[in-house]
Design a binder for this molecule. Sequence first.
Ligand code: COA
Length: 329
Amino acid sequence: MIKGVWRHWRYGDISCFTTDNVTHWFGSFMDLSRPLVDAGQLGRETASGSGSEVRHTSRTLSPGGKNDSACSEIAGDGLWQDGPMEVTTLAARPDLLPQIHALAEVWPEFMRQDGTGELYYPALPSWSEFVLAAIHDGRVIARAVSLPFAFGSEHGRSELPDDGWDAVIRWGHLDRIDERQTNCVAALEIAIDHDHRGKGLSARMVSALRDNSRRLGYRELVAPVRPSEKHLEPETPMSEYAGRTRDDGLPHDRWLRVHVRAGAEIVKVCPTSMTIVGTPAEWSRWTGLSFATTGPQVVPFALVPAHVDVEHDYVVYVEPNVWVRHDCR
Ligand SMILES: CC(C)(COP(=O)(O)OP(=O)(O)OC[C@H]1O[C@@H](n2cnc3c(N)ncnc32)[C@H](O)[C@@H]1OP(=O)(O)O)[C@@H](O)C(=O)NCCC(=O)NCCS
């Protein structure tokens, strides 16, 4: 039985404490190999008999016990603040495919119109080991999708590409056709249904992607991250926005913060990560707005303005993202 659920603000970890005095841990932010707490403050104990497969429990002790906290690492299924939650692969649960596809509805219509996505989403079963779903109460409440690709100068790919999301999908797609040996995983998206947001699930999904990449033998997980709050200031250049930090040194943007807190390094902005084009009539259908004037136009939830060309009958939106790199080892 769960006695309490709380968030370890110092680390961003989330855990709960059960009546059998076992702390269950849901985030991966506390990396025991790094001195996040004074070495003298960190004790370790092994917990067992909780019903979950507890790998280890660590406790941080503070003078007087006022700020004591504890984290445990569990293998397999985990508890979560809304109850039991399991992260699985599409390979293990092919029956989840329709529900995984259905989560596309978290995106505004125009974001689903990037043609490059056609090389990936309809072929999800081909990457089923790299597609994760979080299940709660028998329902898929989140998806985290990724694909492997070959990275390195021998493949003419010495740097993460400026056209981030689009390029890495093309690379992974070509690698699959050519049956090329891959050595890196790209996270393409984490999407959580509206009812389960704001409960720390995103960190759990990042951690699951990293664990999954490691399980499949990869050392690196990269992601062209779409900063969650950038759409609130579409005129700000992404380089300025992504570099903005809080007093504690973590990124100002909450989604970039989740990655950095999980140990990711921010590599660079990919200025042309996604390109979405359509006629003004199509864009009106996707957004409910009118695109009747040539020039830049702000679109709700877009990270930068779209460019309208009425004379030539098109609108083009070029979305910048931010490459981050996670070490999976
Ligand atoms: C981005 C997304 C995955 C984040 O998941 P979430 O459940 O909303 O967020 P979490 O509860 O895990 O919290 C992550 C951070 O955001 C903050 N946060 C969560 N909800 C917030 C809100 N409504 N307002 C401000 N901050 C919020 C949390 O406090 C946390 O930051 P902190 O740990 O530094 O405090 C989710 O919102 C989503 O699926 N969005 C649509 C798809 C998307 O944009 N995916 C990411 C690009 S691929």
